[in-house]
Design a binder for this molecule. Structure first.
Ligand code: 5GP
Ligand code: ZN
Length: 113
């Protein structure tokens, strides 16, 4: 069982922002900024290390990048935004389906790097 696979399959409702054959983008249930959207590959990968080694990982990573761009366009993030990927235990990844947080709509100041 995977929460984001269930969202992709429509078994669990979400607020869709963008979708194509390869990616789904939906609003994070616990937003940390005015815009907080999750971009997820429609094929299950555990995390980005899994995407790096699996067949089709390249394709889905490219589609994620385009999906992020679509989200930024749709949400009017013309002045910039931040993309975050939490990977594995030390990365504090809580949902084990690779996903990318697109965060914006406000001037972000809390930088780790
Ligand atoms: P992670 O910590 O794994 O990088 O991020 C997981 C994200 O998924 C969190 O920001 C959390 O708020 C979001 N999330 C968890 N459960 C749900 C859900 O059922 N629906 C939506 N839309 N987001 C969720
Ligand atoms: Zn999944």
């Amino acid at each position: 069982m995977c929460l984001f696979c269930d969202i992709i399959e429509g078994k669990i409702p979400s607020t869709k922002v963008y979708e194509n054959d390869h990616v789904l983008a939906f609003a994070d249930i616990n937003p940390v900024a005015p815009v907080h959207v999750l971009v997820v590959p429609k094929k299950h990968f555990d995390d980005i290390t899994d995407m790096a080694v699996k067949p089709e990982g390249d394709l889905y990573m490219t589609e994620v990048m385009k999906g992020i761009n679509e989200v930024a366009r749709i949400k009017g993030l013309d002045n910039g935004f931040r993309v975050i990927n939490n990977c594995g235990e030390d990365g504090a990844q809580s949902v084990k389906h690779a996903h990318f947080h697109v965060i914006g709509g406000v001037k972000l100041t809390e930088k780790m790097v």
